[in-house]
Design a protein. Structure first.
Length: 349
């Protein structure tokens, strides 16, 4: 299969398969936290407790490199099972940061769209300033593969690695990544969501949701159609890093708008029409999303720590790096090549 067809299949899978799976998983997990975490306490205590629990995810920045070392000499099946168990456990911490942070912000900010607009602008500006605006990206524009070689190596703000005699700088890096950068990403999504609630057909919820889905797919499809041209422009700026970074950040703004529209519309439709206001519906969505993401080997998209760093990839590869099918075909071809070599060696012997 040629590269163009592979890209088309990747974009189709990410938009039509991976994106709905992610929404269903998030909706189910989010609702389960709302239902079962301290339901009798006030909202600020519940959301604060979720957020504090989520902060323990900082430990993952230390435990994952250790886990990687321990798993080097373990066979593929057992290694895969342990990695999946680990990612599932971390996914709850990740979800707690998002749900708890979202709830705390809601209680603190109240219903004021002007305040939401200001906080959104400041939060996104800080993400851009720290070169981590990609942290706010999700499918269909970014997909993390469970079978990638660096699965257990968290990407941090300053790109440090843990060393025995240099742990404090790495701890600071992990704190900035997990608390500050993630917190800003939550703030961007929460406040943008509030603005959409105010300005996109506020008195017609069904039309509002459908409009978000249609508009989101239109923008995302347009970006995918022009992805090659956008990447070429980025590649032409490899010698001018500052201008390339500015250009890519501008493209990310349109991608973020598409994501916000897609997730708001699909999330609301899912909540309204798939066993609404039911613990059974939340559990089924969580289980379906979890099994689906694991089956497609992309659970690390929601179950792996790390931030998205801007401007560190060249040749245009930073724009929507979805390489699901290309990586799959590479794995298959390498496996076939290895099998052929083994067979030839046996015949020679």
């Amino acid at each position: 299969m040629d590269r163009v067809r592979i890209k088309i299949v990747d974009c189709f899978l990410s938009s039509i398969v991976f994106f709905p799976m992610t929404v269903i998983y998030w909706r189910g997990s989010w609702d389960l936290l709302d239902i079962y975490v301290l339901p009798r306490y006030s909202k600020i205590i519940r959301f604060g407790s979720m957020y504090i629990f989520g902060l323990f995810g900082i430990a993952a920045y230390f435990s994952q490199p250790l886990l990687e070392r321990q798993l080097r000499n373990i066979n593929g099946t057992l290694r895969g099972m342990l990695c999946r168990f680990y990612m599932y456990a971390y996914s709850w911490m990740n979800m707690s940061v998002w749900r708890g942070g979202w709830g705390v912000l809601s209680e603190a900010e109240g219903d004021n769209w002007k305040r939401s607009a200001i906080v959104l602008s400041v939060s996104y500006f800080l993400l851009v300033l720290m070169r981590t605006s990609r942290t706010s990206m999700w499918p269909p524009f970014t997909v993390n593969l469970d079978f990638r070689p660096d699965l257990l190596r968290p990407t941090t703000l300053m790109n440090r690695m843990p060393r025995k005699n240099d742990l404090f700088p790495y701890l600071l890096d992990a704190f900035l990544s997990h608390v500050i950068v993630f917190g800003l990403a939550v703030s961007v999504w929460k406040n943008a969501w509030d603005l959409m609630d105010v300005f996109i057909f506020p008195n017609q919820p069904r039309i509002s949701d459908l409009f978000c889905v249609v508009a989101g797919y239109f923008i995302s499809t347009s970006l995918f159609v022009f992805q090659t041209k956008l990447a070429r422009v980025s590649a032409s700026m490899d010698g001018r890093q500052r201008w390339r970074l500015i250009y890519e950040d501008c493209v990310y703004v349109f991608a973020l708008i598409a994501l916000l529209l897609l997730y708001r519309g699909m999330w609301n439709l899912c909540s309204k029409y798939i066993l609404p206001e039911s613990s059974v519906g939340a559990l089924l969505c969580h289980l379906f999303g979890t099994v689906s993401l694991f089956s497609m080997q992309i659970f690390s998209t929601v179950g792996s720590p790390g931030v998205g760093r801007d401007g560190y990839e060249t040749n245009g590869t930073a724009l929507f790096p979805i390489r699901y099918m290309s990586t799959f075909f590479k794995e298959v071809s390498e496996g076939l090549h290895a099998a052929q070599n083994v067979l030839l060696n046996e015949i020679t012997v």
